[in-house]
Design a protein around this ligand. Sequence first.
Ligand SMILES: [Zn+2]
Ligand SMILES: [Zn+2]
Length: 252
Amino acid sequence: MPLATAAHIARTTARLFLDSLLPPQCLNCNAVVDRPGSLCADCFSRFTFITPPCCEHCGIPFEGAVIGDLVCGACLTDRPAFERARAAFVYNADSRALVLKLKHADRTDATVHLARWLRRAGAELIARCDVIVPVPLHRWRLLMRTYNQAALLTNALAKLSGKPAVPDALVRIKATPSQGRLDRVARRRNVAKAFAVQRPAQIAGKRVLLIDDVLTTGATADACAKTLLMAGASAVDALVLARVPTSGAAFS
Ligand SMILES: [Zn+2]
Ligand SMILES: [Zn+2]
């Protein structure tokens, strides 16, 4: 077992032990709550969980009544390689702390609870998929961070749903600069040819459900979907925890 993984497991175990001694905390702000894995009333009121109507393809939420096709302008002009993307909640100033916590701090114990949110948001996509695959981190980032939050979510969701996970199906072959403030086109260029399939036998002919923590412009999910389709996947859907509510805009 790599040292980083062992250290991470030790930290998570220590945290789980400490958590068992303390009252349960809000997933977002650490206020005391009744049930483990829930949000406090204040955070709950500020979180925007995504419900229909939303774009049939990319899942971007529509405001107000929608008449006619439920496809957003961005998907009409430039349809992504994935068939459908769905997200549990909107990524904004109020939900950002939760996503960052999962990315940079040792709050990986929260993934079990967050996988339940994924299951709710992506029930239809989970039901029709054959395998679940995470968006990979580049090896260097993985070394620095010690774990890939998308892989943790994938494993937790596989356990909950009974669908098989292939955590190392995709690899990142190009270290891409941070997507930070790039727009849709720049992000696409940034991640084009950044991925490769290293388990083609487990992907060929399969409908893949791709997992990530955040979907911003969809450029990463699009690049992963293209790579998986070229390796023989029959179709690709994407399921993420949070998505930026406007297409083509970088969130900062
Ligand atoms: Zn809270
Ligand atoms: Zn769309």
